[in-house]
Design a protein around this ligand. Structure first.
Ligand code: NAP
Length: 303
């Protein structure tokens, strides 16, 4: 199937282009970006022009930041194309509800991806937790914003979600593996004095669950979740790629490179089956944390 990538930036280059190149399902047939291109692929700078010129491209994958993404998704669906959305699927929940309704009306696939759910150890963790009682859980998601979002001011602009941009990956795992849903009960958000979104967040959930997100950790990142249960201690490390039960490694691999190939395999399945997949549970937690969060002003941040 022919696919176009829109927004040729960091994640398109790091993950989408290699995943498509290695996939038997997909041919990268066009790109749309104001300056980015991919060698050997027809490049457009205007989305409407690409949709008009390439009716053979049936699937559009949007790798733009969330703020500009909605009009691209809407135009693609109106043009009868299937659409795959990077995480988070939009700036707001209502935007994504509107896209869901439009995709259903147009009879095309909408896939709101959560790459961390494709991490190697997430499915075995979910299976292990299925019959357990959760006593406590702690998520620690700390990384260096200068390494993962170098110079990307959009993360600190309204709609960019700040530290919830990586934090929502942890929440996509939490909402996938827990046997029963939880909800946010309180949050404390640290906003740099010169920015509009938080650089750190501490969140409390029902069920004795808490999360600590911080973008100021230098050196190696920490993307870990610990779940204490009536049947033992589960630890997910490396963003859901390695699983330990009672301290013993039982599943996983030492890389994050398997996630995007699985997303594209899932998109191929959804298109062939004529289905959509849109789960907004991780984004509901972010919206609730931003609604309930106590604002704490911290040092100004400059890249
Ligand atoms: P990025 O490099 O800052 O942006 C991607 C591209 O989108 C840019 O190169 C730019 O291409 C285009 N773009 C940016 N702002 C635009 C605007 N206002 N209007 C139209 N086009 C615009 O961002 P990214 O890091 O790839 O992240 C994109 C999405 O992927 C985000 O939702 C993010 O959460 C997700 N993601 C990122 C990472 C990561 O490691 N960074 C990991 C997983 C998922 P042109 O200038 O060529 O138009």
């Amino acid at each position: 199937m022919k696919i176009a990538l829109v927004g040729i930036g960091k994640i398109a280059r790091d993950q989408h282009v290699p995943a498509l190149a290695a996939s038997p399902d997909w041919e990268l047939a066009a790109t749309v970006s104001r300056s980015g291109t991919v060698d050997g692929v027809e490049a457009f700078t205007d989305f409407a022009a690409m949709l008009a010129a390439r009716p053979d491209v049936g699937v559009i994958s949007l790798c733009l930041p969330p703020q500009p993404r909605y009009p691209y998704a809407e135009a693609a669906l109106l043009a009868g194309r299937h659409v795959m959305l990077e995480k988070p699927p939009g700036q707001t929940l209502a935007e994504v509800h509107a896209l869901q309704a439009l995709a259903a009306k147009q009879g095309v696939t909408l896939y709101a991806t959560w790459h961390s759910r494709m991490a190697e150890a997430v499915a075995p963790a979910k299976a292990w937790l299925a019959d357990k009682t959760i006593r406590r859980s702690q998520i620690t998601w700390r990384e260096d914003v200068r390494k993962w979002h170098p110079g990307q001011d959009w993360v600190f602009e309204p709609g960019g979600m700040g530290v919830f941009d990586p934090g929502i990956n942890a929440l996509s795992i939490l909402t996938e593996i827990l046997p029963a849903p939880v909800h946010v009960t309180a949050a404390e958000l640290e906003f740099p004095a010169n920015r509009d979104t938080p650089i750190a967040a501490r969140i409390a959930f029902s069920g004795n669950i808490s999360a600590d997100f911080d973008w100021r950790q230098e050196g190696p990142q920490t993307w870990d979740s610990v779940v204490e249960t009536d049947g033992g201690l589960l630890e997910l490390k490396m963003g859901g790629n390695r699983l330990f039960i009672d301290g013993r490694e039982v599943a996983g691999e030492d890389t994050i490179m398997g996630e995007y190939p699985k997303l594209y395999a899932r998109m191929a399945e959804l298109v062939r089956a004529g289905q959509s997949e849109v789960d907004l549970a991780p984004m509901v937690h972010v919206a609730d944390a931003l609604t309930l969060g106590k604002r704490v002003v911290t040092d100004a941040f400059h890249f």
